[in-house]
Design a protein around this ligand. Structure first.
Ligand SMILES: [Zn+2]
Ligand SMILES: [Zn+2]
Length: 314
């Protein structure tokens, strides 16, 4: 089958073997896949992953137990082992030490004709949600996960980053917090300014916030983000980067600040928000490429300021 993946380098090939669904798994015909920052970081050497890339998808089930057959689905990306002490103790499946993750860790991803996913990971996409919206479900779920890292509603939050993830996080945060949103791209932020967001391209060096969310994907932005954090404040980290990053640990101690990592989120709130139409994902779309142009698509996704690039796998 056709797929885009990582061998020694990024490749598009038509001779990947078609996956075979194991017990409890569904075979999904992929409709659309979304290229995300994590995919670019994997290509750059983050995690030394080898295999088919991609974890953001909308597709249709082609083989599974009867209840799932022919359903339009998205899929949670983490697959826990279900057997280890962490899993048996009721631990969150996103943190099973033996987990695999679609297109990121030990399990082929979605930039392909077909992908296999445990049925337990599938979520039916409501009819009102289009394919183009549904493919944003995974990053939107990751945006909702930021709420889990915050102590309460109604806080003053500084969000750093106007990329795709940043734009989703902004929409999620604005519903429950007072948001100041800093990014580098005035042309991207202009749209959100019109919609009533407090957007900036710079910040007075003295401005400090009790919550700072770092979602730039830029390794150098971390110390800048920390410099705008109040004493006893919380810094929420959303970016994973192949490059190393540095925090001022002395400042953390002296100012008694907290750092919280935040990764994948649950799909339910994301699907519900897409269904009620309260999150705009369409304006984040840059372009859609056919799967066989996957290398071009990755190149475009890696250009500075690029919005979401989709791969059409049909
Ligand atoms: Zn992603
Ligand atoms: Zn486990």
């Amino acid at each position: 089958m056709r797929a885009v993946g990582l061998k020694e380098r990024l490749v598009y090939r038509e001779d990947w073997s078609e996956p075979v669904a194991q017990a409890g798994e569904a075979l999904v015909r992929v409709s659309l896949g979304g290229i995300c920052r994590t995919d670019l970081e994997l290509v750059a050497g983050y995690k030394e992953y080898r295999g088919i890339l991609g974890h953001e998808l909308i597709g249709r089930v082609s083989q599974a137990s009867a209840v799932w057959l022919d359903k339009r689905v998205v899929a949670e990306i983490n697959v826990a082992c279900g057997k280890c002490p962490w899993c048996r103790g009721g631990g969150d499946d996103r943190h099973c030490p033996h987990r695999t993750a679609l297109g990121i860790r030990g399990r082929n991803g979605v930039f392909a004709d077909y992908v296999t996913v445990p049925e337990a990971n599938l979520r039916v996409v409501p009819d009102r949600v289009t394919d183009l919206q549904a493919v944003f479900c995974e990053p939107l779920a990751a945006a909702f996960a930021v709420l889990e890292a915050l102590p309460s509603d109604g806080l003053d939050v500084l969000l750093c980053g106007d990329g795709n993830l940043g734009s989703l996080i902004a929409q999620v945060l604005k519903r429950r917090h007072r948001l100041v949103w800093v990014g580098r791209h005035a042309h991207k932020l202009a749209l959100w300014k019109e919609r009533g967001y407090d957007v900036r391209t710079t910040l007075d060096s003295a401005e400090r916030f009790p919550i700072v969310v770092e979602a730039t994907g830029n390794p150098e932005a971390l110390s800048w983000a920390q410099s705008h954090l109040l004493p006893r404040g919380t810094l929420v980290l959303k970016s994973t980067t192949a490059a190393e990053r540095h925090l001022d640990l002395n400042q953390l101690v002296v100012s008694e600040q907290r750092v919280v990592g935040s990764r994948c989120g649950r799909f339910e709130p994301a699907l519900a928000a897409l269904e009620e139409g309260s999150i705009d994902v369409e304006s984040l779309l840059e372009a859609t490429y056919p799967l066989q142009d996957g290398l071009l698509a990755f190149e475009r996704a890696g250009t500075r300021g690029a919005r979401k690039i989709l791969l059409d796998c049909r």
